[in-house]
Design a protein around this ligand. Structure first.
Ligand SMILES: [Ca+2]
Ligand SMILES: [Ca+2]
Length: 215
């Protein structure tokens, strides 16, 4: 009987471990002071830096939302990190868009654009959202710090990617600040919780019997 209970407890623990979050963000707050754990793409004079302070066009000053450092992505540049994820997991991060350009109406020139993307294993974006652009923010305007949360709908692997694109010209480089990239654990499934609970009860039973036999 004791052996059966112990096996049940082990099975419960394995079941619990199997439901742990699969996302594992490395250096998501950039507190190493660099892009350790991230890969960088810089195009057309853009640059990706880790900084402690950034200034918007109209003079607003930005500092990190978590710790001391944050990512400063100046158009056109991206950073990305390989990840594996499970359906139901969530990813959150803080971001601010510092518009450094003026959009030309109708033709939409110079509409610098900040993006968050999920990139599939074949390096093709499977999800892409415009966090902000000059159109939504206003000429030479900045958004203040915002938080974005994305919930994965299927199991998968690939990369998470942040960046900002210069549009129409390579001048007046808008900036995307990112900090505190973090995962949120999925809600455990009821069957897992039941199994885990059964395991705890079994462990308690074994412990009680051991205590009784010693006494
Ligand atoms: Ca940070
Ligand atoms: Ca620009």
């Amino acid at each position: 009987m004791k052996r059966i209970l112990t096996v049940t407890a082990c099975a419960a623990i394995i079941g619990w471990a199997g439901s742990a979050t699969a996302l594992s963000i490395t250096n998501g707050s950039f507190e190493t002071g660099n892009f350790s754990g991230w890969s960088i793409t810089e195009q057309w004079g853009g640059s990706a830096k880790v900084v402690t302070v950034a200034e918007a066009f109209k003079g607003n000053t930005y500092t990190a939302t978590d710790g001391r450092y944050m990512a400063d992505l100046t158009a056109t540049s991206f950073v990305q990190q390989n990840q594996t994820w499970s359906a139901g997991e969530s990813l959150s991060f803080d971001w601010a868009f510092l518009g450094m350009d003026a959009r030309v109406p109708i033709v939409n020139w110079f509409n610098d654009t900040a993006l968050f993307e999920i990139v599939g294993a074949n390096n093709v974006p499977v999800y892409s959202v415009v966090l902000a652009d000059i159109l939504s923010t206003g000429n030479y305007n900045d958004t203040g710090w915002q938080t974005f949360t994305y919930t994965f709908t299927t199991d998968g692997s690939g990369s998470i990617r942040f960046g900002v694109q210069n549009k129409t010209s390579f001048f007046q480089d808008s900036v995307l600040l990112v900090d505190n990239v973090r995962s949120a654990a999925p809600v455990p499934e009821p069957t897992t919780m039941l199994l885990f609970g059964t395991g705890l009860l079994s462990l308690a039973a074994v412990g009680r019997r051991r205590a009784a036999s010693k006494a």
